[in-house]
Design a protein around this ligand. Structure first.
Ligand SMILES: NC(=O)c1ccc[n+]([C@@H]2O[C@H](COP(=O)([O-])OP(=O)(O)OC[C@H]3O[C@@H](n4cnc5c(N)ncnc54)[C@H](O)[C@@H]3O)[C@@H](O)[C@H]2O)c1
Length: 255
């Protein structure tokens, strides 16, 4: 994988939900900058394919089956990554899921699933990785959403989880600064992935209308998000922690 930028050479990264979409683009980007990357996903076949394609391009990657809703699985995954790739320098909490529906129609079972994946998932992965990072420093980058900053119709519980991740990350950033662990958050706006397409499947024309409302007049692409994550994963952001960066073509400009 040829790249002029090698600012992550020798670093070990784990990216959750990297079988497809934004996570996959993040994993490809970190690998292209020299990192050894663990592709962690509940979709084992998809994770294997992403890892294989990174290796075919000259990068270093392994696939790890992980359901982020399980603390036990998160701990086992971190141990496995350290055994196979070395000490973890970078955790990217990317795995996420939602079902778009007005809050009054949500069932408590649906909330539980949304909370388990989007909120407890990053908690589990942070709990499992932080003790490993404390002596050497590290980078934690969590993918929240602009839904968590400004709200989003039909995504009440998801938006609550994503807002919760911002408060959680800012607090971790304060607690872990002395350990040289940076904790930052990237908030995508509407980004062209399977998640967005399935969320809008029964609303034809909404994606085009959304794009027209974005100052840059297009949806985000997974690669747009990956560049911001690579910055927060690298030494270029060593003095930035507890920050929240929207990558949304100007749709949201939060002071
Ligand atoms: N696409 C957007 O418009 C958008 C906007 C804002 C934020 N986001 C966030 O970006 C992240 C990536 O979303 P995407 O659009 O690429 O979605 P996607 O559905 O294309 O990919 C999500 C990945 O997460 C994996 N995953 C789901 N549940 C998991 C679990 N329990 N354990 C491990 N892996 C699991 C899936 O298998 C999949 O590979 C999510 O956190 C999402 O909330 C997306």
């Amino acid at each position: 994988m040829a790249s002029a930028i090698t600012r992550l050479s020798g670093k070990v990264a784990i990216v959750t939900g990297a079988a497809q979409g934004i996570g996959r683009a993040i994993a490809e980007r970190l690998a292209s900058e020299g990192a050894k990357v663990a592709i962690a996903d509940i979709n084992e076949a998809g994770a294997g394919q992403t890892a294989q394609e990174i290796r075919a391009g000259g990068g270093q990657a392994i696939a790890v089956k992980l359901d982020v809703t399980s603390l036990e699985q998160a701990a086992a995954a971190m141990d496995r990554v350290e055994r196979e790739l070395g000490p973890i320098d970078i955790l990217v909490n990317n795995a996420g899921w939602d079902k778009v529906q007005p809050f009054v129609e949500n069932t408590p079972e649906m909330w539980e699933r949304v909370i388990a994946i989007n909120f407890r998932g990053p908690l589990n992965c942070c709990k499992a990785v932080i003790p490993k990072m404390q002596a050497r420093g590290g980078k934690i980058v969590t993918i929240s959403s602009d839904a968590g900053r400004v709200g989003s119709m039909g995504e009440a519980v998801y938006a609550g989880c994503k807002a919760g991740l911002i408060g959680f990350s800012k607090t971790l950033a304060r607690e872990l600064a002395r350990n040289r662990i940076n904790v930052n958050v990237v908030c995508p706006g509407p980004t062209d992935t399977a998640l967005l397409k399935s969320a809008m499947a029964d609303r034809p024309g909404v994606l085009d209308a959304m794009a027209k409302g974005i100052p840059m007049r297009r949806l985000g692409q997974p690669q747009d998000i990956a560049g911001a994550v690579a910055f927060f994963a690298s030494a270029d952001s060593d003095y930035a922690t507890g920050q929240v960066l929207s990558i949304s073509g100007g749709l949201t400009m939060v002071g």
